[in-house]
Design a protein around this ligand. Structure first.
Ligand code: SAM
Length: 233
């Protein structure tokens, strides 16, 4: 299925002056990630940029995964978890491996990331607990999602391509409409001034809370922000 949503290109040449550096191209490889000792055995993550920028892990993904492993290990037993813009599945897979979760976890992205998400699910033997799904922001939510009504949404490094901002906001709003008590754990890295426009729009639509994290001082120095979004009453 071809995606109809605009999809960002990974082109270092397109970076504006006020961009901070994005990850550089690497050749495809598989690495073990233990999230600063928080995950044993470590996650095996295959990274391959040939089908899109989500093919490698991004800094906000690391921060969000560590937050979930450090503070939510035992609080997600009954949670119905969905990850947006999962890329290779970094955050959702880390949660599946390191947190007690009874329901299947959905890792979602555009069609071009589907194969890589599947590969990483298999690499870690998580086929029975994690499902890859195509979910294009700004489009109708897939039937599985409508049925599952996720109440924990993970989104890391999904703010990086301005034309996709309204699409992402609309999907976040759809998910909060679908499940009124859902919490979105949202981590992003500010790279351009425009990224703050995303947060301004988000503040108008959702209740935003800052998340406590022992690494906050360190990652905020690097322009990384960690928030919860909830439905406005
Ligand atoms: C910068 S990557 C982040 C990957 C991963 N969450 C991480 O932190 O390592 C952003 C992801 O958003 C996905 N994405 C971009 N536009 C999208 C859209 N319109 N619908 C769904 N996913 C989209 C990309 O395919 C990519 O995998």
């Amino acid at each position: 299925m071809a995606s109809r949503s605009p999809s960002p290109e990974f082109s270092p040449l397109s970076i504006g002056e006020d961009f901070t550096p994005v990850p550089t191209y690497k050749t495809a490889s598989t690495t073990s990630i233990d999230f600063s000792g928080l995950l044993q055995p470590p996650l095996q993550l295959h990274e391959d940029l040939k089908t899109g920028c989500g093919g490698q892990l991004w800094p906000a993904g690391m921060v969000l995964a560590q937050q979930m492993l450090r503070y939510h290990r035992d609080a997600l037993k009954d949670a119905r978890i969905l990850e947006l813009g999962a890329g290779g599945g970094l955050v959702g897979l880390a949660v599946a491996m390191g947190c007690r979760v009874d329901h299947s976890i959905y890792v979602t992205d555009q069609q071009n990331m589907f194969e890589l998400m599947g590969k990483n699910i298999s690499l870690n033997g998580l086929e029975s607990r994690v499902k890859a799904l195509v979910l294009n922001w700004g489009e109708a939510l897939p039937a599985e999602v409508l049925k599952e009504k996720p109440n924990v949404i993970l989104a890391a490094d999904c703010v990086y391509f301005e034309p996709a901002f309204p699409l992402l906001l609309s999907t976040l709003a759809d998910l909060l409409d679908l499940c009124a008590e859902a919490v979105i754990y949202f981590c992003f890295k500010k790279r351009r001034r425009a990224d703050m426009q995303f947060m301004k729009s988000a503040k108008k639509r959702f209740v935003i809370g800052e998340i406590k994290d022992e690494d906050r001082e360190t990652f905020s120095r690097e322009g990384l922000f960690l928030y919860t979004f909830k439905r406005k009453p």
